[in-house]
Design a protein around this ligand. Structure first.
Ligand SMILES: C[S@@+](CC[C@H](N)C(=O)[O-])C[C@H]1O[C@@H](n2cnc3c(N)ncnc32)[C@H](O)[C@@H]1O
Length: 217
């Protein structure tokens, strides 16, 4: 049901042999596929489990998510929060507010997830938090800008996870054949590789996920 660069049958096997999806996430995925025009934007079981795993390993006090969609990944990111921990999640499309809030409540995360509606490039500037974990999963042409907006407020040892960094494999196309999104991801990957405040690992799962760890100011 989701985009993957990986062999479909192995992807299904990896999902089957990983821990089960939370029932509330399964229900949210079903409703998203019924109601949304582009349901593949939802993280889904494998990627959502990776986000949950990061959150549980890090026990982050402050998490920022850029691109809520219907709330699937926000609920995953909330799974490892310590007492008093918060996920701030930003979505530009206010029409998604009902479904986001319905499932955040159903997942019993209403005291852990703060939803913001509007343009993330503006909203981030008003959030006076120091981040442990940031998930970038919104409009591709702004990825470099999102990195610049959050890097100073990311704690040393903190992590940025960025989705779609291999963009259906199209980052390998010659520049003249790339559209604006794959060009943006190509530029983002180069910027991160050359950025000496971070170390980076690209995981070639699903649509490509970068794990970017801040090592110095
Ligand atoms: C790929 S989806 C996010 C999927 C979600 N993180 C998940 O895993 O289920 C990207 C979302 O970013 C939102 N978006 C795009 N541009 C944005 C912006 N400038 N500010 C905030 N949200 C934006 C889109 O409306 C869309 O819902």
């Amino acid at each position: 049901m989701t985009t993957t660069l990986f062999d479909e049958s192995l992807n299904r096997y990896a999902i089957k042999m990983s821990s089960d999806e939370l029932p509330v996430l399964k229900a949210l995925e079903r409703e998203t596929y019924r109601k949304e025009m582009q349901p593949v934007m939802l993280s889904g079981h494998l990627q959502g489990s990776l986000l949950q795993m990061f959150s549980k390993l890090m026990n982050p006090k402050r998490v920022l998510e850029i691109g809520t969609f219907t709330g699937y990944s926000a609920i995953c990111l909330a799974q490892g929060l310590p007492e008093g921990g918060l996920v701030h999640t930003i979505e530009i499309d206010e029409e998604r507010q009902d479904i986001i809030e319905k499932y955040i409540k159903a997942a019993d995360c209403q005291n852990k997830v703060v939803t913001h509606f509007g343009d993330a490039t503006e909203i981030i500037k008003g959030l006076e938090e120091d981040w442990d974990l940031v998930f970038i999963d919104a409009d591709k042409p702004n990825y470099e800008h999102y990195f610049d907006l959050v890097i100073d407020r990311l704690k040393i040892g903190g992590i940025i996870v960025a989705d779609n960094v291999l963009f259906e494999g199209k980052v390998l196309l010659p520049e003249e054949e790339q559209g604006k999104n794959e060009k943006a991801m190509f530029r983002f990957n180069q910027k991160i590789k050359n950025e000496n405040r971070v170390e980076v690992l690209i995981l070639p799962i699903r649509d490509g996920i970068s794990v970017i760890r801040k090592v110095s100011n």
